[in-house]
Write a protein that binds this ligand. Structure first.
Ligand code: NAD
Ligand code: ATP
Length: 354
């Protein structure tokens, strides 16, 4: 479908991103397409939730992000609330989530506008909590370390059933992860962890991460968690520096919620959603994390080459003992037609089409 309105989220600290923004504006001006800059850290307003940010930008149907993964996550947070698709242009350090090289911006916009791009949907997580999240006064100042003001606490969704014991439903979507982490450097969090409503164990740790398959390559990965294909739905629980023998990740089914209850003698716990602090929990508080009905719509110009990206972006190196064999072929995909028993499998196109 032709693009109606673009919302532009730019890494303002990077000249190449500001330059690419001019290219996007020129492209949209030439076609009479509205293009609104969404400056999440603008000086003239405090930070807004994704829904308000989308409304203020006229509810774009395409959000273009120019920056790294952080910029992409800022754009995705807005897009998921207006049903927009997100096109991530890679102008960052890692660029795991971003798709398009900076030099291909206009070609990518043409492809989207002319219906040649594909949309890939990614699972997100949402939450309930024992009460609406809040950040203590004064913390805002601590957070101003160059990343701009903090986001407001999440809004409460109307489907809240607080009085019945199920807590308040929070209007959040995490594309990567919801992380409960120690607030004070010298006080671990102690948390009862429930998988699908059943106690798994009580943890004492630096942090506990609940990640999506997309987020499995972010914080959860850094803590030794498994890599999950982003084409699947699942809920990944990974403890970070747990002071106990059982330190493994658990990959739960998408309909198995994870509840984290802060124990009475725990330190306070910060709740981060996609890396952004959104509230602080006291002992006795709890959060539940589960698959959200909303999905992030990622624009893809080519079918996602997730494992190629994993090898490339993470600079995977081959075992030294294999050096004598020379580099392995980059694909296992004969050029002859796919046999019937492999029909429907996700495989790369034949060499001529790559
Ligand atoms: N020790 C860690 O690795 C650590 C600590 C805190 C937060 N994080 C992650 O940072 C994310 C927020 O990203 P940011 O860029 O705003 O903060 P950031 O700049 O602190 O990001 C940390 C790194 O993670 C990369 N990254 C982000 N999402 C990714 C993904 N889905 N797959 C692979 N790499 C990814 C970023 O490019 C960056 O290099 C959070 O969702 C959390 O998962 C990681
Ligand atoms: N919209 C913006 N306005 C002002 N400064 C920004 C903006 N976006 C990013 N920055 C600056 O860039 C820094 C890095 O931001 P962030 O880590 O989110 O970038 P990123 O998109 O993930 O790119 P990278 O992959 O290079 O980290 C921030 O601390 C901030 O100083």
């Amino acid at each position: 479908m032709p693009i109606q309105r673009i919302g532009l989220v730019v890494h303002q600290g990077r000249a190449a991103a500001r330059e690419a923004a001019l290219t996007v504006h020129r492209w949209s001006d030439a076609r009479g397409i509205a293009c609104t800059d969404i400056d999440v850290w603008a000086k003239d307003h405090s930070r807004r939730g994704g829904r308000e940010e989308a409304e203020a930008a006229g509810n774009p149907d395409l959000v273009v992000t120019l920056g790294g993964d952080g910029t992409f996550l800022r754009g995705a947070r807005i897009a998921v609330k207006s049903g927009a698709s997100v096109l991530g242009v890679d102008l960052g350090k890692v660029g795991f989530l971003t798709e398009v090289p900076a030099g291909d911006v206009t070609a990518a916009l043409d492809a989207v506008h002319e219906g040649r791009a594909v949309v890939e949907e990614r699972m997100t997580l949402t939450m309930r909590a024992s009460h609406p999240l809040e950040t203590p006064r004064g913390m805002e100042d601590l957070l101003l370390y160059g990343r701009g003001p903090a986001l407001p606490a999440p809004h409460v969704r109307p489907e809240t059933t607080e009085d019945e014991g199920w807590g308040v439903a929070l209007d959040v979507n995490a594309l990567n992860d919801v992380v409960l982490e120690k607030l004070a450097r010298d006080r671990q969090v102690s948390v009862g962890v429930y998988m699908a409503g059943r106690l798994l164990a009580s943890y004492s740790a630096d942090a506990l991460a609940v990640a999506t398959p997309t987020g499995s390559t972010a914080y959860s990965f850094a803590a030794g968690g498994p890599v999950l294909s982003p084409h699947m739905d699942a809920v990944v629980f990974t403890p970070i520096a747990p002071h106990m023998t059982f330190n493994r990740s658990i990959v739960a089914a998408p309909d198995e919620p994870v509840a984290l209850r802060v124990l009475p003698h725990s330190g306070q716990a910060a709740v981060s959603i996609d890396g952004q602090l959104r509230g602080v929990l006291d002992p006795g508080d709890w959060i539940g994390v589960f698959r959200a009905p909303d999905r992030v719509r990622l624009i893809r110009l080519h079918p996602t080459d997730f494992y190629g990206r994993l090898r490339g972006r993470f600079h995977l190196t081959d075992a030294p003992a294999t050096a004598q064999d020379g580099p392995s072929a980059p694909f296992f995909r004969p050029d002859t037609p796919i046999p019937p028993d492999l029909a429907g499998m996700r495989l790369p196109p034949p060499a001529a089409a790559r």
